[in-house]
Design a protein around this ligand. Structure first.
Ligand SMILES: Nc1nc2c(c(=O)[nH]1)N[C@H]1C(S)=C(S)[C@@H](COP(=O)(O)OP(=O)(O)OC[C@H]3O[C@@H](n4cnc5c(N)ncnc54)[C@H](O)[C@@H]3O)O[C@H]1N2
Ligand code: MOO
Length: 418
């Protein structure tokens, strides 16, 4: 048996996976744009708010009070009549402010006097009183008072003006982005096409249901990977479990038209590990062939022959051990899929180690950790074949060769989430 190529440094492997152009732009209705990345900056199509708006339920007032009540009221969505100086009209939160109004008096701060038809400001004590009702003969009327001009008004353009840049290209479309785009006047968005993934889970020993039996175990990765990779912006097709053997794997890779084929298992040098043979047979070019990382070092990344549109296609080979497969996915599959989908890099998330994190003597180690206050601590059950620690983890710590001391700062990678 020949020794394989020297493993690629972990950072370099991750950078290689990111070194692909984004898929072309497509237009999507807002309802279908979630999880894509913006292919163009989001530019406001309107002022926001689009008109001066009441921020509170109460009365729109013009000039100093007390005010003459005028009109039945303005509701959100209505077109108000202009307000004359000295007048007030009931107004609802979100309603367009009448022309001539210069403030809103909140409902809890005002009192409408049915007898006089006047609106009084009660926000700072009794204030101006109604002659003949609550003023003793000879007493002086308090001076007129008005809420500070602009009070409780959301002025037109407070959040943005039409044409203002709101979000850069590369922003991931989250529910908030959909809401902002709708508020800013969009019905459709120009986003990058989502990468299509064919997931091939290999292994004759794998069962889809029931208890492990007769030397066979349950397929964990067929459950773990599709929702995770979908959450990373991919459209995942999970193919039926593939039997071990060169033929089925070769044909599945050869016939796939997906942007990315993700395989699990068959990366090592066992008697039924045919991935390298299948890659050679389809004319693939290996970009990364094992990585200096634990677990997961047999992971690989290959460029497949281009698709019908001439675009490069890729294959990510994840090791079969479940935690090793997750390590392979965070190193190669997730960066590749995020970049193909046009998502901007989020930048590293760092944390302080509350306790020493054990490392590998030469290789990077990816270790399940959980938060302890603002710091992180390692979790037990972190073996390559185990998911028990990862299932409790808040992240995977990137531990440098030799380990990290308590107090050191390490990068934290996201654990699988939908
Ligand atoms: N002589 C050597 N043997 C091994 C090496 C090595 O360097 N030299 N590397 C070890 C490491 S590290 C890993 S990781 C595995 C990688 O193996 P493969 O990618 O070829 O995967 P398999 O052999 O098919 O399976 C390994 C292990 O994982 C279990 N498995 C596979 N698929 C699933 C699944 N979908 N769900 C749950 N468990 C799965 C499988 O039953 C095996 O136990 O190779 C080592 N050997
Ligand atoms: O990838 Mo293996 O141990 O590193 O499970």
């Amino acid at each position: 048996m020949t020794a394989g190529p020297p493993p690629t440094d972990w950072e370099k492997a991750r950078a290689t996976a990111r070194d692909v152009p984004a898929l072309p732009p497509v237009a999507r209705d807002l309802a279908d744009a979630l999880g894509h990345a913006l292919a163009e900056p989001l530019t406001a199509l309107t002022d926001l708010p689009p008109f001066d708006t009441s921020a509170m339920d109460g009365w729109a007032v013009a000039g100093p009070g007390p005010w003459r009540l005028d009109g039945s009221g303005v509701l959100a969505g209505g077109q108000p009549e202009p307000l004359r100086p000295g007048a007030a009209v009931p107004i609802a939160t979100g309603a367009r402010l009448p022309e001539g109004a210069d403030a809103v008096l909140r409902r809890e701060d005002g009192e409408a006097d049915a007898g006089s038809g006047l609106l009084l400001d009660r926000s700072a004590g009794p204030g101006p009183r109604v002659p003949g009702r609550d003023m003793a003969p000879g007493s002086e009327a308090a001076p007129g008072r008005e809420p500070a001009p602009g009070r409780d008004i959301r002025p037109r353009g407070q959040e943005c003006r039409a044409g203002d840049p709101l979000l850069p290209a590369g922003t991931s479309v989250t529910p908030t982005v959909l809401g902002l785009a709708a508020a800013a006047g969009y019905d459709r968005l120009t986003v990058h096409r989502r990468p299509r993934v064919d997931l091939l889970v290999l292994g004759d020993e794998l069962l889809e249901t029931g208890l492990p039996r007769d030397g066979r175990i349950r397929d964990a990765l067929g459950q773990l990977l599709p929702p995770w990779l979908s959450g990373q912006g991919a459209d995942v097709t999970a193919r039926p479990l593939l039997p071990d053997g060169f033929g089925p794997l070769y044909e599945a890779v050869r016939d796939s038209t997906a942007d990315v084929v993700v395989t699990t298992g068959s990366t090592a040098a066992g008697p039924v590990d045919f991935l390298h043979d299948a890659l050679r047979a389809v004319g693939a070019r290996l970009l990364v062939d094992s990585v200096a990382v634990r677990p997961g070092h047999p992971m690989l990344l290959a460029e497949l022959p281009p698709g019908a549109d001439g675009r490069a296609r890729h294959l990510v080979g994840l090791p079969g051990n479940p935690l090793a497969a997750v390590a392979g996915a965070v190193t190669l599959a997730v960066p590749l899929l995020r970049r193909l989908g046009g998502h901007a890099d989020a930048g590293p998330l760092d944390a302080v180690c509350a306790a020493a994190l054990p490392g590998h003597p030469r290789d990077t180690r990816l270790l399940p950790v959980r938060r302890a206050g603002r710091a992180v601590v390692p979790l037990p059950f972190d073996g390559p074949a185990m998911l028990r620690g990862l299932a409790l983890a808040d992240g995977l710590a990137v531990v440098p060769p030799g380990g990290a001391e308590a107090g050191a700062v390490v990068e934290i990678l996201d654990v699988p989430r939908p």
